[in-house]
Structure formats: structure tokens, C-alpha cells
Design a protein around this ligand. Structure first.
Ligand SMILES: O=C(O)CCC(=O)C(=O)O
Ligand SMILES: [Fe+2]
Length: 335
């Protein structure tokens, strides 16, 4: 059942972006954050300092890539398996239907970028997830703009996880998330969604559209996802605690944020990594650019004592190295 209201909370992060945020504004932020993460795991972020023109530029470059760059050029940066040429099994362009969620093909195309490898001398063959980013040749200004965007988003991610440590009232451990993300193994995806074929737009081929998904139901892997998307409505949907689906429609200038599996593990399930999906039946090609602000590859993530106490005293999860969790997830992502 799809809920008719859109009711995700709006949170202002400005007091955690600067070093001198006032006590009152920080307290207001952490109190809202704490409820948002316990109740839905999704919220709108404002006061993040990414300008509307930057967001617009990033989305318009992604749109240009999907709609104007010739297929032959897209395929020059195809994701390939480790050992195959420049492939690392993760970075690069993925054609329509190449991504799968729970065994079903997703109706989107995408390009994935990850934190750059620290060791510059590394050459192919690459191991899974340890290659080099593959930047499209056109639009020519895409690479520079998106690299700059990554730097800006890392600052936003750091502010959000700093606020999360404060929201959990972790005392001495308050900066545990900041410390674990200093060398964040971030991911940025550019995603292009053609509308799902349906009888009214004449694209239907087999008469049965029920099984179509633009991006199947999933949770995100890491700490926090910071999503910008174009103004398409009723595409991204979030599963509420009562099982209903809430539309996470875009609010101009706001970033949609959700927490991932590592936050759930750190908080021993006090904060849930919320299921979400994309079902895009609109008319226009939809574009989104999620930035996943993740732990360091080598960060070990285990339930925090304070959260274990608050959730009944029993650890519900073991410890895991983030890189291992990510590797397992990425293995299941493609045909
Ligand atoms: O495109 C969107 O709105 C969300 C995509 C998403 O959930 C993901 O890439 O993990
Ligand atoms: Fe997601």
C-alpha cells in the first residue's frame, strides 16, 4: 500500500558544518536527527551549503551523459570484471538491466565512481573494487565538476556523522563515526531512469508491467546516503515502520538522506537501515546522483556499548570490516 502523505522530517545541519554552531541550534538538530533515525531512517537535509546551482549542474551533466553521449562512448567506460582489461568489477558504466536487485533486473543505467586508490603505482589487473575511476569523455566538463562535488559532499557527510554521534549522546565515543570515515570509501552513482513502460505511454511490450522495478527494494550498505535527484515525483519510495510506502519526493535545494547498514550495526538496530525502492512510471527520463558517505575500507564496525545497553543489553550483530561487507554486497549486484 502506498501512503498518500509525504512526511519525512527536515533537518538543518548548518550548526555542525561550522566549528562554532550554537548549543541551541545543535541541540535542535540532534533531537530531530535522533527521532528521524529511530522512526524512518530518512530525512531531508537543509543548511548543507551545497548551492542550488551546483546541484543543478551535477544533475544536468548526468542527464547530458545519459541522453546525449553516444552508446559507443558509454561502452568505452563499461564496468568489467576484475582481470578483464581495466575492470575492477565495480567502477564504470552499467547498461540498462545490468544491475540486479534480489535476482531481478533494474530498469536503469548508471556510472559508479569510488574513492580513488591510494597507491598510484597500481596497474591492471585490478582486484574487485580496487581499480581506477572511469570518467566519461563527454560532456567534457563532467569529470572536473563531479570531482569537485565529491569534495564538497565529503564535508557534508562528515557534518552529518558528527551530528549523529552527538544525537546518540555517545560521550567519549561521540566522534566514533568521524574517525571511522576519515578515509571514507565513498561511492558516487549517476543514475538514469527511463520511465517504466506502461499501457498509457505506448512502450509496453508484453502487457505485464507489475514486475518492473527501476531500482528494486534494498537497504544501503554504509553510513549515510546523500541523494540529489531531479524534480520527478513519486519515484523514490521509502518503507515506513507500518509497512506502507512513503514517497520521498524531492524538495528543491534539499538533499535526501538515509542511513545504511553500518549505522544500523553500530547502533545495534536502534536506528534501522530503511528499505527503499524506485518505481518510475512518469513521462520524463529521471536522473539522480546519490553520494554514499561510507566508512574507511578498514574500519571495523561493531555495536557500540551505549546502543547495546539502550536496546536490551544483547549485541545483535558481530563486528565486520567495512571493506568485507562492501565486497560481499557488490558481488551480488550484477548478472
Ligand atoms: O535514485 C534514487 O532515488 C535512489 C537510488 C538508490 O536508492 C540507490 O542507488 O541506492
Ligand atoms: Fe539506495
Amino acid at each position: 500500500m502506498l501512503s498518500t502523505h509525504t512526511s519525512l522530517p527536515v533537518i538543518d545541519i548548518s550548526s555542525f558544518l561550522s566549528q562554532d554552531g550554537s548549543f541551541t541550534s545543535r541541540a535542535e538538530c540532534t533531537s530531530k536527527l535522533s527521532s528521524a533515525c529511530r522512526d524512518v531512517g530518512f530525512f531531508y537535509l537543509i543548511g548543507h551549503s551545497i548551492t542550488p546551482s551546483t546541484i543543478e549542474r551535477v544533475l544536468s551533466l548526468a542527464r547530458k551523459f545519459f541522453l546525449e553521449t553516444p552508446d559507443s562512448e558509454k561502452l568505452e567506460i563499461s564496468r568489467k570484471e576484475p582481470g578483464d582489461d581495466y575492470g575492477d568489477g565495480a567502477r564504470g558504466y552499467q547498461r540498462l538491466g545490468e544491475n540486479v536487485t534480489m535476482g531481478k533486473a533494474d530498469l536503469h543505467e548508471a556510472v559508479d565512481f569510488y574513492r580513488d586508490e591510494d597507491r598510484l603505482e597500481v596497474r591492471p589487473p585490478y582486484e574487485l573494487l580496487h581499480g581506477r575511476n572511469l570518467w566519461p569523455r563527454t560532456p567534457p566538463e563532467l569529470e572536473e565538476n563531479l570531482k569537485d562535488y565529491v569534495e564538497q559532499m565529503k564535508l557534508v557527510g562528515t557534518a552529518v556523522v558528527r551530528a549523529m554521534g552527538a544525537a546518540l549522546d555517545l560521550g567519549e565515543d561521540e566522534d566514533v563515526f568521524v574517525k571511522a570515515t576519515r578515509q571514507s570509501f565513498w561511492v558516487m552513482r549517476m543514475i538514469g531512469y527511463p520511465p517504466i513502460p506502461n499501457p498509457s505511454n505506448g512502450l509496453l511490450s508484453n502487457g505485464n508491467t507489475d514486475e518492473n522495478q527501476s531500482c528494486g527494494t534494498h537497504t544501503d550498505y554504509g553510513c549515510v546516503t546523500l541523494l540529489v535527484a531531479d524534480d520527478t515525483k513519486e519515484a523514490l519510495q521509502v518503507r515506513a515502520k507500518d509497512g506502507t510506502w512513503i514517497n520521498a519526493d524531492p524538495i528543491p535545494g534539499a538533499i535526501v538522506v538515509n542511513i545504511g547498514d553500518m549505522m544500523e550495526r553500530w547502533t545495534n538496530g536502534l536506528w534501522k537501515s530503511t528499505e527503499h525502492r524506485v518505481i518510475h512510471r512518469g513521462e520524463r527520463f529521471r536522473v539522480s546522483v546519490p553520494f554514499f558517505f561510507e566508512p574507511d575500507w578498514n574500519a571495523s564496525v561493531a555495536p557500540l556499548q551505549k546502543c547495546v545497553k539502550e536496546t536490551g543489553g544483547k549485541s545483535e550483530y558481530g563486528g565486520i570490516r567495512y571493506g568485507d561487507h562492501l565486497t560481499a554486497k557488490v558481488r551480488g549486484n550484477f548478472y
